[in-house]
Ligand binder design. Structure first.
Ligand code: 5CA
Ligand code: ZN
Length: 413
């Protein structure tokens, strides 16, 4: 799929320490140690409704990782999928009497515009499930050959499943116990009750054709991909197993990322799909996780239409730690607008205090598991000094503006 247009990223003098991020699998903040090209896969949207602030927060988080890597001098190979073949999309399209492809295309276009407005760097590969059916078919075939997949005993719908015990290390990513896995599996798109499965936790790889549902040819019967195999195949075929960062919201820890990893590990025999599993907290509205199914939503597109500066949205969302569940509110947005105005005024001054100590702090805080709240206060401190008339460095305002643009993605000038 077409990605979106890339904002320019200014280069900033100097460089910071390597980034350390919390890894869900190892349950610790650990250094991320990419080669020349850093590799990242972030789970993309299911395009049946507009981008809400929660989605935006998640993509902004990984945009900060991307930006930090670039600042360190890495090339970045960033892959993101679009779950454009899935039940929620078909259900919404049927409800609204539109073709699921048109609904998907429309929502993907809106997402692109939202991401571009938020100055999120586009993925290198932006890949729809519809574009990769052949990759999924090949991978399910591989799993069948290796005995890591089976067909359920149902003559009408002989779907293909992945046995939960196919890899010895299953469970290492989420660290959840069996009871938690069962509860989350049922809650998040799994089908524990499906007759013919060997274990209630076995995950769907290929769903054979049902009347009225789209389907594609496969040696094991016309049908469509399960959810986890889609991300497994898309990532593996572009950045291989052992890539640096697998990203998404904490609602994807289980079953989605556990099974995406297990599918790829069963197919390749490697023990670890991603070297870091990084998960963002949930943005809440009215005390609950913002979600399409609950309907407690604030949309990026609605705020844009109201004339809210996307840079204020960006600042509001990063004024809290990415791993913390946190509320969205008008007060948060108002505070971000005020901060943005102050920052803009300060960097348009003819001079200010030297930028270097602030750049050092900015990089240090970001490298420490993306401590964005502190990173913002580092800029606040420089701004306060500039407002107080301290410093005569004429290059400093421009340097600060460049650093805020390059590292935080917030355009000030
Ligand atoms: N298409 C799948 C991933 S393969 C999916 O989860 N799509 S989604 O549209 O439901 O979510 C897109 C991304 O936004 C996921 O990473 C999800 O974890 C994240 N997300 C969803 N709701 C929130 C929220 N309230 N706060 C933060 N992130 C969220
Ligand atoms: Zn995914």
């Amino acid at each position: 799929m077409r990605s979106w247009s890339a904002p320019a990223v200014p280069s900033v003098p100097g460089t910071g320490p390597g980034i350390r991020l919390y890894d869900t699998a190892d349950q610790a903040v650990r250094p991320v140690t990419p080669g020349d090209t850093a590799t990242m896969y972030v789970c993309g949207i299911t395009p049946y409704d507009a981008t809400h602030i929660g989605h935006a927060a998640t993509y902004l988080t990984f945009d900060l990782v991307n930006r930090y890597w670039r600042d360190l001098g890495h090339d970045v190979h960033y892959v993101q999928n679009i779950t454009d073949v899935d039940d929620p999309l078909f259900e919404r399209a049927a409800r609204d009497g539109v073709d699921w492809r048109d609904l998907g295309a429309e929502q993907i276009e809106l997402f692109r515009a939202d991401m571009a407005a938020l100055r999120v760097l586009p993925p290198t590969d932006y890949i729809g499930a519809v574009e990769t059916i052949d990759e999924v078919v090949a991978m399910v075939g591989e799993l069948l050959e290796r005995g890591a997949a089976y067909t359920v005993d149902d003559p009408e719908y002989p779907d293909v499943y992945f046995p939960v015990g196919a890899t010895a290390q299953f469970g290492y990513e989420s660290n959840y116990d069996r009871a938690t896995m069962e509860a989350l599996f049922a809650e998040r798109g799994g089908d524990p009750e499906r007759a013919g499965k060997r274990d209630p936790l076995d995950a769907l790889l290929w769903r054979v054709e049902r009347p009225g549902e789209p389907s594609w040819p496969a040696p094991f019967g016309r049908g469509r991909p399960g959810w986890h195999i889609e991300c497994s195949a898309i990532a593996r075929n572009r950045i291989g197993t052992g890539f640096d960062v697998q990203g998404g919201g904490s609602d994807l820890i289980f079953p989605h990322h556990e099974f995406s990893a297990a599918h790829a590990e069963a197919a390749t025999g490697e023990r670890r799909f991603a070297r870091h599993y990084v998960h963002t907290g949930m943005i809440e509205l009215g005390g609950e996780k913002m979600s399409k199914s609950l309907g407690n939503l604030e949309f990026v597109s609605r705020l844009r239409a109201e004339g809210v500066d996307p840079m204020a949205v960006r600042l509001a969302l990063i004024d809290g730690h990415y791993r913390t569940d946190r509320p969205w509110s008008d007060d948060l947005l108002d505070a971000a607008r005020t901060r943005l105005e102050r920052w803009r005024a300060a960097v348009s001054r003819p001079q200010g205090p030297a930028a270097e100590p602030t750049l050092t702090r900015l990089r240090e805080y970001l490298s420490n598991d993306l401590d964005t709240a502190r990173a913002l206060t580092a800029i606040d401190a420089w701004v306060a000094d500039a407002e107080a008339g301290l410093g005569t460095d004429q290059a400093a305002p421009g340097r600060i503006a460049d650093a805020v643009d390059a590292l935080l993605g917030v355009l000030l000038v």
